[in-house]
Design a protein around this ligand. Structure first.
Ligand SMILES: C[S@@+](CC[C@H](N)C(=O)[O-])C[C@H]1O[C@@H](n2cnc3c(N)ncnc32)[C@H](O)[C@@H]1O
Length: 183
C-alpha cells in the first residue's frame, strides 16, 4: 500500500511549480463550471493543491478538503491558516467513509481512486453522501498500464447508481476526466 504520511516530501511533487504543465489543472477546473456560491468536496485532497485553487473561485461558497491521512490533514490546516484562506474546511475521513457535508454541488477526486482498495464500498459511500443532482468529477491516470482503466471506472460508477455524463481524454495529456451525476 502506498503511504501518504509524509506531506513535506510529497509537497515537492504535488505542489511543484511545474505541475500545471502536465496536470493542466486550470483546464480541469474550468470543466467544473464553478460559480462563486458553490460547494465542492475535494476527496483525497492531499496537500491541498486543487482545494486552494477551488477556494479562489468560490468566495461565497465552500471547499471541503477531505483526506484520510492525518498528516495530510494537519499539513492542510497549517497551510490554509498560513495562507489565510478562510473558505476551506479541512476534514479527516475514514478510508471507507468520505465524511461529506450535507450540501454539495461537486465531489472532486483527483489521483485518488486508483489508490482505493475497496473501490465499490468507497463509491457507494460517496454516492450515499451526495444530494440528488450533485456531480462528481474523477481525474486519474490514463497511461496504458494505469489501473483501473476508464472503462472499468465507468462500470463501477454505474454499478452504484451514478449517471455518466462525460469521459474527457483530451484536456490533460496524462489523465482522463470522468464526470457523473447522482440522479
Ligand atoms: C496522490 S494523492 C493526491 C492528492 C491530490 N488530490 C492531488 O491531486 O494533488 C492521494 C491522496 O488521497 C488520499 N487518500 C487515499 N485513500 C483515501 C481514502 N480512502 N479516503 C480519503 N483520502 C484518501 C491520500 O492520503 C492522499 O493524500
Amino acid at each position: 500500500m502506498v503511504s501518504f504520511a509524509d506531506p513535506e516530501r510529497l509537497s515537492v511533487i504535488f505542489d511543484s511549480p511545474q505541475r500545471e504543465e502536465w496536470q493542466k489543472s486550470r483546464q480541469i477546473i474550468a470543466r467544473l463550471g464553478l460559480t462563486p456560491t458553490m460547494r465542492i468536496a475535494d476527496v483525497g485532497a492531499g496537500t491541498g493543491y486543487f482545494s486552494r485553487q477551488f477556494a479562489a473561485l468560490l468566495p461565497k461558497g465552500r471547499v471541503y478538503a477531505i483526506d484520510s491521512e492525518p498528516n495530510m490533514v494537519a499539513h492542510m490546516r497549517r497551510r490554509f491558516a498560513d495562507e489565510q484562506i478562510g473558505n476551506i474546511e479541512v476534514r479527516l475521513s475514514e478510508p471507507d467513509h468520505p465524511a461529506l457535508p450535507a450540501e454539495l454541488d461537486w465531489v472532486f477526486l483527483a489521483n485518488v481512486y486508483r489508490f482505493i482498495s475497496q473501490r465499490r464500498a468507497f463509491l457507494a459511500q460517496i454516492y450515499a453522501g451526495m444530494p440528488s443532482g450533485a456531480r462528481l468529477m474523477l481525474v486519474d491516470l490514463a497511461t496504458v498500464h494505469a489501473a483501473p482503466s476508464p472503462d472499468q471506472v465507468m462500470d463501477e460508477l454505474k454499478a452504484v447508481g451514478f449517471e455518466l455524463r462525460e469521459l474527457d481524454m483530451h484536456t490533460c495529456p496524462t489523465h482522463y476526466l470522468l464526470q457523473a451525476r447522482k440522479p
